[in-house]
Design a protein around this ligand. Structure first.
Ligand code: HEC
Length: 201
């Protein structure tokens, strides 16, 4: 189709040029017709653009931001229990991520897991949508919006025994939190990127 159209246009161009030559000079001037400027394709501009893109990618790579760890909400919570439930003022604790890297994470990352929507399955609510504020008034009398609140009910963390905790019971055994969690939701939640890799495998 396109090629056909181009040919028709070129034909018209030649015809007009030829007629003009006839009209003006009284005789066809084919030499002139041959030199009718035919629009050429713009010169390829891809190489410079690609170079620019590569250059900017290189800059980003060299900016050297720490590599985040690839893990899941449940793996992060388990690591937090195994580290002895460090709070917001504690040193970072370690986690082995899904790529076998040793990672450093902090309570901030744990709080992220309780406060962030969409990390358990697509469209999941944040735990803190329901477990928020004064623990006595929160749904399930459980508040997960800060360290003090999380630690205020013994059963939630069971003295650091992951498998005895109500968190483990609801997230891993019953798999019913966040409330409304579909049966086919990923067992450990979706992949999240937290903390920073400190050494490869
Ligand atoms: C839409 C509201 C809602 C969301 C979101 C929600 N929960 Fe719950 N949760 C409840 C309600 C209501 C209860 C109390 C009823 C029950 O035990 O089933 C409860 C109970 C619990 C309990 C038991 C508390 C106890 O002491 O018996 C745990 C643990 C828990 N939720 C953890 C979580 C975690 C972790 C998340 C996020 C991954 C979450 N919930 C998200 C509504 C919610």
């Amino acid at each position: 189709m396109r090629k056909g159209k181009l040919l028709v246009m070129l034909g018209a161009l030649f015809l007009v040029a030829g007629l003009a030559a006839c009209g003006i000079q009284g005789a066809p001037n084919f030499a002139k017709v041959e030199h009718t400027p035919i629009p050429t394709l713009p010169p390829a501009t891809l190489p410079p653009v690609e170079e620019a893109l590569q250059a900017s990618a290189g800059e980003e790579g060299e900016a050297g931001a720490a590599t985040p760890c690839r893990t899941t909400p449940v793996d992060l919570l388990q690591a937090w229990f195994e580290a002895g439930l460090p709070g917001p003022d504690a040193e970072p604790f370690t986690l082995t991520d899904l790529d076998g890297n040793t990672c450093q994470v902090t309570f901030e990352d744990v709080q992220f897991v309780f406060s962030q929507a969409g990390i358990w399955y697509d469209g999941s609510p944040a735990c803190t949508q329901c477990h928020v504020g004064d623990p006595e008034a929160a749904l399930g009398q459980l508040s997960l919006d800060n360290y003090e609140h999380i630690m205020s009910k013994d059963a939630t963390t069971a003295g650091g025994n992951w498998e005895q905790s109500t968190l483990y019971d609801r997230l891993v055994v019953r798999k019913d939190m966040p409330l409304g969690r579909p049966a086919d939701a990923p067992e450990k939640g979706l992949e999240i990127f937290v903390g920073q890799v400190v050494s490869g495998e």
